[in-house]
Ligand binder design. Structure first.
Ligand code: SF4
Length: 293
């Protein structure tokens, strides 16, 4: 049996940066709050909790005072910074620089058009309620319209300008379908409105799709390791299964039991891969499980 860990799988630069900031802080003080799970991976969160990280929610943020609070790579709306500041808390900003730039672009577009007579629509192609999307909506005083699928384009007002941005982890293909849909709706409505569409999808995720498909197709069995709360893991696993129907989702080595373990041990090539939120050590544990007696 040949076992290969996909060299392209694992944390993206944004998540690595936030975790590094947490580790540095924890090394110095041994205690740090993090607003929300630092990464959508339970095992990695537990590892950092053992070092002193404490995950808090928005209710906790309103009550804690004079503490150090890490913001994760997804970013936060401006209100989070105000609340923290009012309570004398220090923000350790782990927002990914790519997300930060996107927030700034959306804020600049909002500020430029907020007093326009024709009330421009800022549209975010993303998942409603996702932390990154909440942070992006916050840049527009929560006036941005979130669209999850190209079909939802029909709900927009085609008498008002449209400025389109995308959550960083959306599919490039779906984004282009949305842009085409918007163009055809504008024609259907015989409208002359401005449509400015900004492809703000992060290539560290988008490029991974093709790499992952090629990796998965070359294996007899694929073990995809990811967290159940990660939307990136769900999307990447879907691509994996498309390339190789013999793909299996695991949250860690403990899920590798019974028939699946036997099938892996009988296979020639077993590939282990994961999401942008999957730590390398977790994929290594799956590899070690395969080699155990
Ligand atoms: S996927 Fe891209 S934008 Fe999102 S945290 Fe990672 S590097 Fe940043």
């Amino acid at each position: 049996m040949q076992i290969t860990i996909d060299p392209k799988s694992g944390f993206c630069a944004g998540v690595t940066g936030a975790i590094r900031r947490a580790e540095n802080e924890l090394q110095q003080t041994g205690q740090l709050y993090c607003l929300g799970d630092i990464v959508h991976n339970g095992q990695e969160v537990q590892r950092l909790e053992r070092l002193g990280l404490e995950t808090i929610d928005y209710d906790d943020l309103r009550t804690i005072r004079h503490a150090r609070v890490l913001l994760r790579a997804h970013g936060e709306p401006p209100s989070t910074y105000w609340i923290a500041e009012q309570n004398g808390n220090t923000i350790i900003d782990g927002t990914c620089p790519v997300v930060k730039r996107l927030q700034e672009r959306i804020a600049a577009t909002y500020n430029e058009h907020k007093h326009d007579e024709r009330r421009a629509q800022i549209v975010i192609f993303g998942k409603r309620g996702h932390a990154e999307v909440i942070g992006l909506q916050g840049q527009t005083n929560n006036t941005a319209i979130v669209i999850e699928k190209p079909e939802e384009a029909e709900t927009l007002d085609f008498s008002r300008p449209i400025y389109l941005f995308s959550q960083t982890t959306k599919s490039v293909e779906e984004y282009h379908r949305l842009v085409e849909k918007l163009k055809s709706e504008i024609i259907n409505h015989k409208s002359q409105i401005t449509l400015e569409a900004y492809d703000t999808i992060c290539r560290s995720v988008a490029n991974r799709v093709e790499q992952l498909k090629a990796f998965a197709a070359a294996q007899n069995i694929v073990l995809f390791v990811g967290g159940t709360k990660s939307s990136n893991a769900a999307v990447l696993f879907g691509h994996c299964r498309e390339a190789n129907p013999n793909s299996h989702f695991l949250t860690g080595a403990d899920d590798l039991t019974g028939e699946l373990l036997t099938a892996c041990r009988q296979a020639d090539r077993v590939g282990i891969c994961g999401a942008t939120s999957t730590p390398l050590w977790l994929m290594e544990q799956v590899r070690d499980r395969l080699s155990e007696d």
